[in-house]
Design a protein around this ligand. Structure first.
Ligand SMILES: [Zn+2]
Length: 368
């Protein structure tokens, strides 16, 4: 029997290790006597757990190696980088800088709000999918208040048994609600449609559904007096965070092109010139800082946002139509090549960025 992840048993993911350890060993045994689709699901589940628990060793690489890696990482998304332009060009929204508090909520009040959102704002089909995971929350959900180094909220979907393990820190702010709604969005999407190919082919589109639910939940919470101000502000903040992610993605794209031109030069030259080029956009920052930001990963949140906004627009005009489009989008085959997957989104009549400026005006306009 294998004992998982000794080196990864720290406070941040002990919870996962505890939950996955037994399962991993049980599934290893079960696999032998299982056939067909169930066996495939078991194999995929073992692979996901193993990737999460075992893959800890990172080779030390130098900056040029990291650039090479980042270039390859962003290779497949380069053709879509233009999707970030409209939101970046439009720039951020001005916010009031005051701290807006929300009522202290117990865990059960907090969960009631998330449950109420899915109940009131979706339909029976989506709500059923939500409930399937939510009902098992004692086992599948961890909301640690004490976590010191809090990782971003995270969910891991296991195909065998369609279980989504969700882990997040509760700060007691309004953001907590959106975080959990977001993670349950992944659960709904993946229990409808999951394929390991998703990670290879269409990782770029993995955040659309979750961000849609998050944006929709913002609209929902504004009608609660006690959350109104905090949500109005958070909606702007969320927009601005996406502007920053988009800007970083465009800058990095330019830097990687520049790096391609310089490639034949001496290492020291390359780094010097890249650093000075990068500091034109991000003063005081170096290429090493850029590489630490995980920009190609952040870009998927920009794509998710500009497509989710179109779903939100459709929903607000006609709830049924909006949910119909959402469900169509959830079912697009993950195995398709990226270009083809994107084509399917457009075929639904969803045009990324079409209503971006309408939305910006809408959230900028004072409510009272
Ligand atoms: Zn997500």
């Amino acid at each position: 029997m294998k004992i998982l992840g000794k080196n990864r048993v720290n406070r941040e993911n002990r919870w996962y290790v505890e939950h996955f350890n037994d399962q991993y060993n049980r599934l290893l045994v079960l696999k032998e006597s299982t056939k067909g689709e169930a066996r495939q699901q078991i194999e995929e589940t073992l692979e996901i757990i193993a990737n999460f628990i075992f893959d800890d060793e990172q080779d030390e690489i130098d900056i040029l190696g990291a650039l090479e890696e980042e270039y390859e990482m962003s290779d497949s998304i380069r053709d879509f980088i233009y999707l970030a332009s409209p939101i970046v060009v439009g720039g951020p929204i001005e916010r009031t800088r005051r701290y807006i508090s929300v009522p202290r909520l117990s865990d059960s009040d907090f969960l009631d709000i998330v449950n109420g959102f899915y109940k009131d704002c979706t339909d029976r089909e989506i709500y059923t999918l939500f409930r399937a995971n939510y009902k098992r929350r004692k086992k599948l959900l961890s909301m640690d208040r004490l976590m010191e180094i809090a990782p971003s909220p995270q969910s891991i979907f296991l195909p065998y048994g369609k279980k989504t393990y969700i882990r997040m820190k509760r700060y007691g702010v309004v953001e907590d609600i959106f975080d959990l709604v977001h993670e349950y969005g992944h659960s709904i999407h993946f229990s409808t449609n999951f394929d390991m190919k998703m990670y290879e082919n269409n990782y770029l589109f993995v955040e659309i559904v979750s961000i849609f639910f998050e944006l929709l939940c913002m609209e929902h919470l504004i009608s609660f007096k006690e959350f109104e101000d905090a949500t109005l502000d958070y909606r702007k903040q969320y927009y601005n965070m996406t502007v920053i992610k988009g800007r970083n993605a465009l800058i990095e794209d330019g830097i990687l092109y520049f790096w391609l031109e310089l490639r034949s030069q001496k290492a020291k030259n390359i780094i010097g010139r890249l650093n000075s080029e990068y500091s034109k956009y991000c003063e005081g920052k170096t290429i090493a800082d850029m590489l630490n930001m995980n920009i190609s990963t952040m870009f998927i949140y920009v794509v998710g946002y500009v497509i989710a906004l179109e779903l939100l627009d459709a929903y607000k005009k006609d709830k049924d139509k909006g949910l119909y489009l959402l469900k169509k989008l959830m079912r697009i085959d993950w195995r398709l090549p990226m270009e083809e997957y994107y084509r399917r989104i457009l075929d639904l009549g969803i045009e990324p960025n079409e209503h971006l400026s309408d939305y910006k005006n809408y959230i900028m306009t004072p409510k009272r």
